[in-house]
Write a protein that binds this ligand. Structure first.
Ligand code: PHE
Length: 510
């Protein structure tokens, strides 16, 4: 029996958990509006190609780093090379930053899901501006995430993934079917989504699709290293990588299939133009879709409920992976119990998410300059710093570490080896440089043209990297940063002490 082995109990549990991390707001919120902004089908094809060719390679690298060390990200990178420990700390800092804005967005999805119950998903502006309401929903979103992670990898994360991923898939299939049956406008929606017109795709669009693939696969931020560390010794990581990438690609594909026909149908019936509906902007999910659903009567109300519930679930299975990266590190480095580690991380990130929520609300309601940095609201700032700059760095580090630093006997050879050592890192560097350039020099045709002070954002990212490296050399370099096995042993010791305490308690009355 391997009951004592800390981590996932089954291969499928590991794969579903990783897929749960991957499938999130990136697929359901980011992908559809970016696809619209980049001319439809061509974007989809580039995105899927990126997932299979670039994303899968980086994912395999991250799984490998985690599995061979069976430890938190800092110990895992140290195990690859003692000089790489700082990279491990960087991929603890990145998810902590992501958490501060992902919690807020998760709160929005909860609000829209609950709102759909009473027939009105939500009004973006007024909700965003009501900070009390935003905080309340953020907390409602954070609580189940905390509970799942406190329950542990096998009893919490794995069980949740086994239940929630198939649920999401089923809901998405149902919505897609309904959407395809709406009649008028559906054909045009399908043509837009599935008939590629590569002339509409700019260089910026291609690079945006690559960046989107990375974010969507949760790469470069420790999540896949951490989950990899809990995968069993016997799991075939290449196989799991393919399964996770296929699931992520499938759900992304279905989200477009659910959204575009409905959108085009609504435009045809209401007579509004698609651009007036704002289908190519970040408001697609929180402004346009509620309108589209409301226009569909009772069916629309049910779809709205299903759609936003599914989105909240997707955000939940992603945030638990982000939370687990930081939790695992704190448990193992500071030798504290899981409940305490999760509580600390969630409370701190919730507190930090308050200014993020306020900043977004102010921006949405008239662009006050309060709580903005470099011309961006805090959510955009954190999103820009992590997605565009730090996550590509993290993924690059993983590929190079596995490609070049593993002992010769463990290195990948053949096609995967070449991809890991040269092709994927080169592509990531291009994505990174493009993203940075796009920030500093807002491109004329740039999809993500940053209107704010991109240089400031770049400096912020650089500052975070420098501080992380400094912190690592000051506090971690020569310290034991623990492993999954230490964590399991500490748990057993705690249980034992607890039982001994109980026994003493029982004996005392005599
Ligand atoms: N992949 C998730 C999404 O698509 C986001 C995420 C990023 C999750 C990083 C974990 C780590 O929304």
């Amino acid at each position: 029996m391997n009951q004592k082995r800390p981590g996932f109990g089954t291969r499928i549990g590991f794969e579903l958990a990783a897929a749960g991390s991957a499938v999130g707001l990136g697929n359901l919120w980011g992908f559809p509006y970016k696809t619209s902004a980049n001319g439809g089908a061509a974007y989809l094809f580039v995105y899927l190609a990126c997932i299979l060719l670039v994303g899968a390679v980086a994912m395999l690298a991250e799984f490998t780093i985690g599995r061979r060390s069976q430890a938190n990200t800092v110990s895992a990178y140290k195990a690859v090379s003692p000089r790489l420990g700082w990279l491990g700390l960087l991929v603890v800092v990145i998810p902590a930053m992501i958490m501060c804005y992902y919690l807020v967005l998760g709160g929005y999805t909860v609000k829209y899901a609950l709102g759909s119950f009473v027939g009105n998903a939500g009004n973006y502006g007024p909700f965003a501006g009501n900070i009390g309401d935003v905080i309340l929903h953020t907390v409602v979103f954070a609580l189940p995430a905390a509970a799942i992670v406190i329950a542990g990898v096998r009893n919490g994360i794995e069980k949740a993934a086994k239940l929630l991923l198939p649920t999401m898939l089923m809901i998405l299939i149902v919505i897609s079917c309904v959407s395809l049956l709406l009649g008028e406008g559906v054909k045009e929606g399908l043509a837009f989504y599935l008939q590629p017109d590569f002339s509409k795709l700019s260089g910026a669009g291609i690079l945006s699709a690559m960046g989107q693939a990375f974010f969507s696969l949760s790469l470069g931020c420790g999540a896949m290293i951490t989950y990899g560390s809990y995968s069993g010794k016997t799991v075939d990581l290449a196989h799991s990588t393919v399964v996770v990438c296929l699931l992520d690609g499938l759900l992304t594909f279905l989200s477009g299939l659910a959204i575009f026909p409905a959108l085009f149908h609504y435009a045809a019936v209401s007579g509004e133009s698609l651009s007036a509906l704002g289908m190519g902007g970040a408001g697609l999910m929180f402004i346009t879709l509620p309108m589209v659903f409301a226009g569909l009567g009772t069916v629309g109300q049910i779809i709205s409920l299903l759609f936003f519930t599914m989105t909240a679930i997707a955000a939940l299975t992603s945030i638990i992976s982000i939370l687990e990266v930081v939790t695992q590190f704190i448990i193992q480095r500071h030798k504290v119990a899981r409940t305490r580690a999760v509580s600390i991380v969630v409370l701190v990130c919730l507190a930090l998410s308050v200014p993020v929520g306020i900043s977004l609300g102010l921006d949405v309601n008239g662009g006050s300059s309060a709580l903005k940095l470099f011309g961006r609201n805090l959510l955009e700032l954190l999103d820009g710093v992590t997605n565009t700059l730090l996550m590509p760095l993290g993924a690059l580090g993983a590929c190079l570490a596995v490609g070049w630093k593993l002992p010769k006997s463990e290195r990948f050879s053949g096609f995967v080896g070449v991809m890991l050592r040269i092709v994927t890192p080169a592509l990531i560097v291009v994505i990174f440089l493009f993203g940075a350039a796009d920030m500093v020099f807002p491109a004329a045709d740039g999809v993500r043209a940053f209107s704010g002070d991109g240089f400031g954002i770049l400096l912020t990212a650089a500052g975070i990297v420098v501080l992380t490296i400094l912190a690592y050399f000051l506090w971690l370099k020569n310290r034991d940063t623990g492993s999954n096995r230490d964590e399991a042993a500490a748990n057993r010791a705690r249980d034992e002490a607890f039982r001994a305490g109980l026994r003493r308690g029982w004996q005392r009355p005599e």
